[in-house]
Design a protein around this ligand. Structure first.
Ligand SMILES: Cc1cc2nc3c(=O)[nH]c(=O)nc-3n(C[C@H](O)[C@H](O)[C@H](O)COP(=O)(O)O)c2cc1C
Ligand SMILES: [Mn+2]
Length: 469
């Protein structure tokens, strides 16, 4: 890559917005009229998406709050490209560029002060409800923070870990959290809980989309996502010590909520409209005490519309780089991996291979399952099939699969607890059945039909109006 096209802007949320305003004003809309945080914000976002508009939206006047709300930043591929400094390119080129940055992490630097601590609120001054926190869908049990990057430190290794885990607001200084069984964050929280200790957790709100991409990269538990985020941002992330908890947070964020998860305590949280497009059930989830809220002088609050483009693209598509790396170890003839939108960028994966021997397609499918617990369908096709086309992949399944030999299942395996087809969706079970499909042409596959010379015919010689047909 030729360096960041947005390098003249600050590597934070407001810098990215300034960049969009100046270089791609068609990507952003501002709404100045007052909007209700309960169904009003999501009503507008839903209508925009339904009518084919995937712009970032700034709600400047959310009822009950003085803080503007930034939504849908990650809702289009173009903006993900711009985030890593690509002005042009296909989805595949974006993923290749993203993968190269992901493979070159950059260590953060420690700083003493930062904009995110221009205002510090502790004790009685804490009121999380000052933020424009939304109620999203009809049956949601309350208001949810949906784009806080939850930072925790592994107590065994000291390695920092980040993911988005949504939080129901219980009171002005208490939150819930959904730490799904698919997340490293779940493993780390349980380590503290088993020792009977509270878990320090910092909620980082509002940052550059490159920082989000890196933070949500699909990397092993012992790799530090702050380093990956530095790689995607193409510069070190400055970290400042928290005021009340033993963690360091990005100095360029807009808002940080410093929390401790109470050990052994649970409170009912959800239902909540989830990424598969269905409600996740009520669950007994941990409770967080807020010990401090720090923010910039005029902060921006950022959310994500779960179940919609913003949430689906973010942390969905980038999973294919990790899957491709593992699948290539299992099967050297892999030519591409694609997470289709039809699988909500999570559940299905199409893998193309230049098949040389029988059986290697199944090795590739098994490797994909090993990498990503969200995956339920791993479909392997020949390299001449366009894996970005659902139709072409379905055609390969329809014509090249002998179900008794080419399909295998892994019943009762770890998947997403929000999967509407899990064994007990009502209880939020994370147990699902996975299916691998070898849809490659097998030995003795009949020759495919072909008309010799058709490519060389000058059609206008025979049909003068051919261009206009
Ligand atoms: C908008 C958004 C909301 C998400 N909400 C949750 C959630 O509530 N719980 C969860 O476990 N994962 C959630 N995820 C997925 C995780 O953030 C993602 O899998 C992440 O990579 C987990 O990081 P970890 O494995 O390092 O913990 C969400 C992702 C996005 C983009
Ligand atoms: Mn992790």
């Amino acid at each position: 890559m030729d360096g960041l096209s947005n390098q003249f802007y600050t590597p934070d949320l407001r810098g990215f917005i300034e960049y969009l305003d100046k270089e791609h004003p068609e990507e952003i809309i501002r709404i100045t009229k007052e909007v209700d945080p309960k169904f009003g914000v999501t009503g507008i976002l839903h209508r925009l998406e339904k009518e084919g508009h995937f712009k970032a939206v700034i709600f400047e006047n959310v009822k009950g709050s003085n803080i503007p709300l930034v939504a849908n930043i990650h809702g289009s591929f173009n903006r993900l490209k711009y985030a890593i400094g690509m002005e042009e390119g296909t989805e595949k080129e974006f993923l290749r560029a993203y993968g190269a940055l992901e493979a070159n992490p950059i260590e953060p630097i420690k700083v003493d002060t930062g904009p995110v601590q221009q205002v510090v609120k502790t004790g009685d001054d804490i009121d999380v409800e000052e933020l424009p926190i939304c109620t999203y869908h009809e049956r949601d049990s309350g208001k949810f923070i949906t784009a806080a990057l939850g930072l925790m430190r592994d107590p065994d290794t000291g390695v920092d870990n980040i993911g988005i885990y949504r939080h129901q607001v219980h009171s002005k200084n208490e939150l819930g959290v959904q730490l799904s069984e698919t997340a490293d964050g779940n493993v780390i929280w349980k380590k503290y809980e088993e020792r009977g200790e509270p878990t320090p957790m910092a909620l980082v709100i509002g940052h550059h989309p490159a920082f989000f991409l890196g933070s949500l990269s699909y990397t092993p538990i012992d790799s530090n996502e702050l380093h990956v985020a530095g790689g995607i941002l193409q510069r070190p992330v400055p970290l400042v010590p928290c005021k009340k908890i033993p963690l360091d947070v990005p100095a360029d964020a807009e808002i940080v909520i410093e929390c401790m998860i109470r050990p052994k305590e649970r409170r009912a949280e959800a239902p909540f409209g989830e990424f598969p497009g269905t409600y996740g059930p009520e669950r007994m989830n941990p409770v967080l005490d807020i010990l401090a809220i720090t923010h910039r002088r005029s902060p921006l609050y950022q959310n994500a519309f779960v179940g919609h483009a913003d949430n689906l693209l973010l942390s969905g598509v980038v999973r294919s780089t990790a899957i491709e790396d593992t699948v290539k170890i299992a099967c050297g003839t892999v030519t591409g991996v694609h997470m289709p939108r039809s699988g909500r960028f999570r559940f299905s994966c199409y893998i193309a291979i230049d098949r040389k021997i029988e059986g290697e397609a199944k090795a590739a499918a098994m490797a994909a399952f090993v990498t990503d617990p969200f995956l339920k369908f791993a479909i392997v096709v020949d390299h001449d099939v366009d894996i970005t086309s659902d139709t072409e992949v379905m055609h390969a399944i329809a014509t090249r699969v002998r179900a008794d030999r080419d399909i295998f299942m892994v019943p009762y395996a770890k998947g997403s607890p929000l999967d509407p087809a899990s064994y007990d969706p009502k209880a939020g079970s994370h147990l699902v059945t996975k299916m691998g499909i070898d849809a490659t042409r097998k030995d003795n596959y009949p020759a495919e039909i072909y008309v010799p010379g058709n490519e060389d015919i000058d059609m206008s010689e025979f049909i003068p109006e051919y261009d206009k047909l």
